[in-house]
Ligand binder design. Structure first.
Ligand SMILES: Cc1cc2nc3c(=O)[nH]c(=O)nc-3n(C[C@H](O)[C@H](O)[C@H](O)COP(=O)(O)OP(=O)(O)OC[C@H]3O[C@@H](n4cnc5c(N)ncnc54)[C@H](O)[C@@H]3O)c2cc1C
Length: 452
């Protein structure tokens, strides 16, 4: 019988919205034209809009829902220099120079996001708390060591392996076969980060239109107002258009939808715990992910004594009680001390995978885009937003290694990921195959495996 219980004030909404609730924002009267129209009000869209407005451009941001409704106020707030694809696989497949260039940009995305938050004085609990990657088997532990030692040798990225007998220094769990600590990775409160970004965009003169869907983007010329943008508030024109819709990309943007694999991420928050109980679970207050392809993840809330966690990605559940039950099972399996705690919040959010497991930035038919973050859009969305703005401003700083490869799709794919349940089963099979193996996969393994 399931042991889980919900609090009496249980919310089927992101924990982050308690501190950073969504607000109605109306951008005033729609102007006949803007220098730049942005579709989507998450980190990607707002970071681009803020940079452009501060450079003197007139900018309108449109969101179909209230601003921040997307993943930017729903995520776990882990800040990494992370790819779903492993560094060693990337290096084997594309060469050392390309892999190094990609990782340089990942590091810049991470560092520049933290620097931006500090320079802007955005109070969002951004810290370099470090991350524990918990190994789900001895073979996962060995693979983790190989991946991280490769990254340390080539890129100088720090890490320390933690054998099984020392795991309890980091986490009140006996589930894992040790792990690795990446000491310099960070975390933040995603809702407060997004709110801070939005306040600065509004102060810079960006017109943000909430509850205002963009229905169509048509190119009407080669110069000046090149695009007609049809919105729920009426038509307008723009010289440049940015699509920043990631996991919420609609089918009305078929070129982008064909390249994205939308999937649902699941999270929950516990009721407030006693300080002693919380401290025992994650004594160093680090973020935690496990080493599986389909990860479970844990962190302390930055602003209350709760544990936040997630996993069971793309499981297909929609009923909040069923989701709570599933997630609570994951929680008590990893952290048995919490077997009887109640859950106060459960929520979901839309993410976007890609067929090459890489995020993509570029321009298609004159329309700019940044998307496909594969669960790592806090730094990468912020970074791509900045890069797109720099490109529109004609700055050479806008160049990134991520634009080298074409944005792939598959024949006949139209944006309906019918194969997701099969893909998740394939991930689980890969994880268990690795767990049972006595030798490490030969490089390249083909199965990208997130490391840090
Ligand atoms: C549960 C969960 C946990 C996650 N954890 C992490 C993490 O710990 N670290 C990390 O780095 N990343 C994480 N991510 C991923 C990260 O949150 C996203 O990659 C990132 O927020 C994407 O930002 P964005 O601005 O591109 O898109 P979003 O913030 O998703 O915004 C897209 C917006 O586009 C709008 N939109 C869509 N269609 C239209 C239209 N036609 N007209 C107008 N507006 C439209 C939507 O309403 C939405 O608000 C997580 C995601 C989820 C769901």
């Amino acid at each position: 019988m399931s042991k889980f219980q919900l609090t009496t004030d249980f919310k089927n909404a992101p924990y982050w919205w308690d501190a950073a609730p969504l607000t109605e924002v109306a951008g005033g009267a729609l102007a006949p034209s803007y220098d730049v129209a942005v579709v989507g009000s998450g980190y990607t869209g707002l970071r681009a809009a803020l940079t452009l407005a501060r450079a003197g451009r007139s900018v309108a941001v449109f969101d179909k829902e209230r601003p921040g409704y997307g993943a930017s106020r729903r995520n776990a707030g882990f800040l990494g220099r992370t790819l779903k694809k492993s560094y060693i696989d990337l290096k084997a497949a594309k060469g050392a120079a390309f892999a190094a260039a990609i990782y340089r940009d990942l590091m810049t995305a991470y560092e520049s996001t933290l620097a931006f938050i500090e320079e802007e004085g955005i109070d969002c609990h951004a810290v370099r708390c470090g991350r524990l990657i918990a190994a789900t088997s001895a073979a996962h532990y060995a693979l983790l060591d190989r991946e991280l030692s490769g990254m340390k040798a080539d890129l100088g990225l720090p890490y320390a392996m933690l054998p099984r007998e020392r795991l309890r220094e980091e986490m009140a769990s006996d589930l894992y076969d040790g792990g690795a600590v990446i000491p310099d990775l960070g975390s933040l409160h995603p809702g407060l980060y997004h709110r801070g970004l939005m306040e600065r965009a509004l102060a810079a003169g960006v017109a943000i239109f909430g509850n205002c869907e963009v229905m169509a983007i048509e190119q009407i010329g080669q110069q000046g107002d090149r695009f007609r943008v049809t919105t729920a508030a009426g038509p307008t024109r723009a010289q440049d258009v940015i699509v920043a819709t990631n996991g919420y990309t609609p089918k009305s943007l078929p070129w982008h939808a064909r390249r994205l694999i939308p999937f649902v991420g699941y999270m929950a928050a516990t009721e407030p715990l006693t300080p002693t109980l919380l401290q025992k679970q994650l004594p160093h207050r680090r973020t935690v992910i496990d080493s599986n392809l389909d990860i479970d993840f844990f962190r302390p809330a930055p602003d209350s004594p709760r544990l936040l966690f997630g996993g069971a990605t793309a499981n297909g559940l929609e009923d909040p009680v069923a989701i709570a039950s599933l997630l609570h099972g994951r929680l008590r399996r990893a952290l048995p001390d919490l077997a009887d705690v109640k859950l106060s919040h459960v929520w979901t959010g839309q993410c976007a995978g890609t067929f090459d497991m890489m995020p993509h930035i570029g321009c298609h038919d004159g329309v700019w885009y940044g998307m496909g973050y594969n669960f790592a859009g806090v730094p990468m969305g912020s970074f791509f937003g900045l890069k797109i703005a720099q490109k529109i401003l004609g700055l050479t700083d806008g160049v990134t290694a991520f634009e080298r490869d074409a944005f792939p799709t598959l024949p006949l794919y139209r944006g309906n990921p019918w194969f997701l349940p099969l893909a998740m089963r394939w991930f689980a099979w890969q994880d268990s195959k690795l767990a049972k193996s006595t030798s490490l996969p030969v490089i390249p393994s083909g199965a990208g495996r997130r490391a840090a």
